[in-house]
Design a protein around this ligand. Structure first.
Ligand code: BTN
Length: 226
């Protein structure tokens, strides 16, 4: 694992995509501020300077890159587990890869890359932000708003990077099977979505939904509204 700190950058994802040939597998790039932070579906990711955790991980291991559906939800699970040691309220995963505290979003994840060459996992976690002004698709929250405490971001990130690094290694070596935890913390379970009622997450990490006529469909990816 290698960690690079940048005071400011357009986007840590865009940076690693540009520089992918320069860095090795498991390079973490963190920043204090993004001038052009990217969210899913062409949205922007906004965060005030120095308040939140924003980083990207470069993955070059062939097996992991090709298993990107697993990697996407596994990243959400690892953030969920790490955050649950700080927050009393229920921390869950909103399929495919958001992390929620109660009914509010605390973390978003954006996977980009060129399969099979490399993958960039971009993670944004609201840590010390006190106010969220403007329009948000999902109501945001932060660790500060949940706990009334300010966290040391450098320490927070370091602990999280070590946790992620260890668990991706275990997963790659077949020593960590996250499917039961992923099912246990499925925020959407039992909720009515535009596709029907969410039943479960399948072994291939797709979402199992029951339609009104009782038949089931598997959703492979995409935005879920409920
Ligand atoms: C989403 O919920 O829409 C995904 C948000 C992902 C944000 C992170 S912040 C670090 C990394 N760099 C980016 O430009 N985006 C991701």
């Amino acid at each position: 694992m290698k960690i690079i700190h940048l005071n400011q950058i357009d986007s840590t994802n865009a940076y690693l995509i540009r520089e992918n040939t320069e860095y090795d597998d498991m390079t973490f790039v963190e920043t204090d501020y993004q001038t052009n932070g990217k969210g899913r579906e062409n949205r922007t990711w906004l965060a005030q300077r120095g308040e939140n955790s924003m980083f990207s991980i470069l993955i070059k291991d062939k097996q992991l890159v090709e298993d990107y559906a697993a990697l996407s939800i596994l990243a959400a699970l690892l953030v969920r587990n790490y955050l649950s040691s700080y927050v009393m309220d229920k921390v869950t995963i909103k399929w495919p890869n958001d992390v929620y505290v109660g009914d509010k979003k605390i973390c978003g994840i954006l996977l980009q890359g060129k399969i099979p060459a490399y993958l960039v996992i971009g993670i944004g976690i609201n840590v010390n932000q006190k106010e969220f002004v403007g329009e948000y698709r999902a109501t945001p929250t932060s660790l500060y708003l949940e706990t009334n405490q300010i966290f040391d971001l450098a320490k927070f990130n370091k602990g999280l990077f070590i946790y992620i690094d260890e668990h991706l290694d275990l997963f790659k070596n077949g020593l960590y099977n996250p499917i039961n935890e992923i099912r246990k913390y499925n925020y959407l379970k039992g909720k009515k979505t535009q596709y029907g009622v969410v039943v479960d997450i399948n072994d291939d990490f797709s979402l199992k939904v029951e339609k009104e006529d009782g038949s089931t469909v598997d959703i492979q990816s995409g935005e879920i509204s409920y």
